[in-house]
Every structure is written in structure tokens, then in C-alpha cells.
Design a protein around this ligand. Structure first.
Ligand SMILES: Nc1nc2c(ncn2[C@@H]2O[C@H](COP(=O)(O)OP(=O)(O)O)[C@@H](O)[C@H]2O)c(=O)[nH]1
Ligand SMILES: [Mg+2]
Length: 317
């Protein structure tokens, strides 16, 4: 299945509410010539809010829509096309592909418990290994013994695509910073291309655990002062907009450079990416979304493309 088909089927739940709203909006004036009247706009606003776009974004989109050229009578397809274009434009600031500025490029992966860090690391490692890159994965979630085992399952899967090496803790309960250090040292010796660091799940309200991330950073900087080159926060899309305070909390502890959104297949709230796009977490605007997760297999991860995402969200084939 192509990535476009995966994202389209992944977003089915979110698209259902938006397309239902669009259908209602256009069907509203059945018998008369369908047009963008107040009742239509209200239905659309409701649908967008149901998809968790946030009220201000929903209202802004409708404002854009009123200014757009639409056919008269209005058709469902024209409304979908126009809305998708407007949504894609608002999502555009989130679209920045991940760069690989160093060799090895060190990527720290953070997030609350169960967000999908370990799964995503497995998927990323598989993709990059498949492109001929040597990927080293640091099992720096040393909180639970089972975490290393779970990561091992994923790196074994990823290793079917190419060169993936896992660096486990030297002994049980080892310091997470020590594991990250050992992994980077190994990657430097082996001339690996990428180091992915899995970390323990943190609750955004546990300051003591959050404080471990800056410590880990300081330790790996002894080997490479420019590391980590990316600090990515993994967000569970089923939480929708309530992930936004999480982003703020993590970003305060350790400067984030990007986001990965997982579980888009299990939620009707995919519209929250529009709310994310309206949040200026950095001087240059919002934090970019570097990858999307739409399922539990190795291939269910791909790039964020605003137009493809917008098309899927409004239910365009
Ligand atoms: N449906 C779905 N499930 C996912 C996705 N990503 C992760 N998961 C599931 O979410 C759960 C937690 O994932 P895990 O990687 O262990 O989270 P971690 O605690 O952040 O490392 C697991 O059951 C994963 O299979 C996704 O994109 N879609
Ligand atoms: Mg994990």
C-alpha cells in the first residue's frame, strides 16, 4: 500500500466527522441551489471542531472559505477541494523534513508513557536502514527491564531491512545517560549514520524525571558538542489538543526540534494538527511534524505532507 493510501485509511475516523459535516452542509439546501449560507457554515464549524481543530482555527477556516471562489450551486466536491486547500495552507508551517547534519546524527526521542516512542523508533530505524544507513539504537529507557526487551523486538524487525544495532544497558538499572553515551561512542567507532535514543516515558508533571533529559544531553555532549541534533517529542493523536500542554512542558525542560504524531489511525481528532500549527513554540513558528504513525506495523510511519493530510481529512479520494 502506498503511503498516501495508508494515511487516507489511517485518517478515516477523523475524516468521517468532517465529511459528514460537509455532506450535511451541502445537503442542507437540497432542492434549492446549495450555497454557503449561515446554516451551512454552522454545520461546517461543528464538524471542524469535532475533528479537534480548535474553535479559533475552525472560525479562521470558515472566514477563509467565505472569501474563496465557490461554484454556484455548490457541490460537495468543490467544497472538499477548497477546504482541503485552505487546511493544507494552514498546515504548511509544520512541514519540514528531518535533516541529517552530522555523522552520526543523534536523535533523542522523548514523550509520555505509551505515546509510541519505542514503536516509532523501530519504524524509523527500519526506514533508514532500508535506505542503506547504519542505525544505532540506544536502549536508554532503563526504568523498566521489559523496555529493553520491547525495543529489541522492534530493532530485530527493523534489522530485516538493513543495518540496525541496539546498544542495551551494561547492567540492569544502568543510568540512561550512560547508555546513550555508550551508544554514541559505538556509533562513532563504527561510523554509523544515525543514533536513535529511546527514553523512559515521562509524565509532563514529573519534574524530577523530566530533568533527566537535560542530564542525558550534557553527557552525550562530551562526545559530540553538537548532539543531540534533533530532540523529537512523540505525541499520541488520540489525545488531540490535550497534547499541546505536554509539548509546552517538555519544551521548557529541553528544547524540542520536532514532533512525531502517532496513532492517527485510532482517533477522530486528527484535526488537532491545525491547532498545533497555530502554536508558535519556536522563534520561527510552530514545531515541525517530522513523521506520522498510522498503525502498528513496520511500514505504518511516513512523512507529513500537508496536502495529502488535508485531502485525507476532508475525505477526498
Ligand atoms: N494504532 C496505533 N498504535 C500505535 C502507534 N504507535 C504506537 N502504537 C501502540 O501504542 C502502544 C505504546 O507504544 P510504545 O512504543 O510502547 O510507547 P512508548 O511507551 O512511548 O515507548 C503500543 O501498543 C503500540 O503498538 C500507531 O501509530 N498506531
Ligand atoms: Mg517505550
Amino acid at each position: 500500500m502506498s503511503w498516501f493510501s495508508r494515511i487516507t485509511s489511517g485518517l478515516t475516523k477523523s475524516a468521517a466527522s468532517v465529511t459528514e459535516g460537509i455532506k450535511q452542509a451541502v445537503g442542507q439546501s437540497l432542492g434549492l441551489a446549495a450555497k454557503l449560507d449561515d446554516a451551512t457554515l454552522e454545520d461546517l464549524e461543528e464538524a471542524l471542531i469535532a475533528a479537534d481543530t480548535s474553535l479559533p482555527v475552525a472560525q479562521a477556516l470558515l472566514k477563509d472559505l467565505k472569501k474563496s471562489k465557490l461554484p454556484d450551486p455548490l457541490t460537495e466536491d468543490a467544497l472538499k477541494q477548497t477546504l482541503a486547500t485552505l487546511i493544507a495552507a494552514r498546515l504548511q508551517p509544520l512541514a519540514q523534513p528531518l535533516t541529517f547534519p552530522a555523522s552520526p546524527t543523534v536523535i533523542l526521542v522523548a514523550g509520555v508513557n505509551g505515546a509510541g516512542k519505542t514503536t516509532t523508533i523501530g519504524k524509523l530505524a527500519a526506514q533508514w536502514a532500508g535506505q542503506g544507513k547504519h542505525v544505532v539504537v540506544a536502549a536508554a529507557d532503563t526504568f523498566r527491564a521489559a523496555a529493553v526487551q520491547q525495543l529489541k523486538v522492534w530493532t530485530d524487525r527493523a534489522a530485516t531491512k538493513g543495518k540496525v544495532t541496539i546498544v542495551p544497558p551494561a547492567k540492569e538499572g544502568a543510568d540512561s545517560a550512560a547508555v546513550a553515551y555508550a551508544a554514541l561512542e559505538h556509533a562513532q567507532t563504527e561510523h554509523a549514520d544515525i543514533v536513535l535514543i529511546d527514553t523512559a516515558g515521562r509524565l509532563a508533571n514529573r519534574q524530577d524525571l523530566l530533568a533527566e533529559l537535560p542530564k542525558l544531553t550534557r553527557v552525550i555532549q562530551k562526545l559530540d558538542a553538537s548532539a543531540p541534533h534533533h530532540t523529537l517529542l512523540v505525541l499520541d493523536a488520540t489525545l488531540g489538543q490535550s497534547t499541546i500542554p505536554q509539548v509546552a512542558e517538555f519544551h521548557k525542560q529541553i528544547p524540542l526540534t520536532g514532533l512525531i504524531v502517532t496513532k492517527l489511525d485510532g482517533t477522530a481528532k486528527a484535526g488537532f494538527l491545525l491547532a498545533l500549527a497555530a502554536q508558535n513554540f519556536t522563534a520561527n513558528g510552530p514545531l515541525p511534524v517530522v513523521a506520522l504513525g498510522v498503525g502498528e506495523t513496520l511500514d505504518d510511519l511516513g512523512p507529513f505532507n500537508p496536502q495529502a493530510f488535508a485531502n485525507a481529512l476532508v475525505g477526498l479520494e
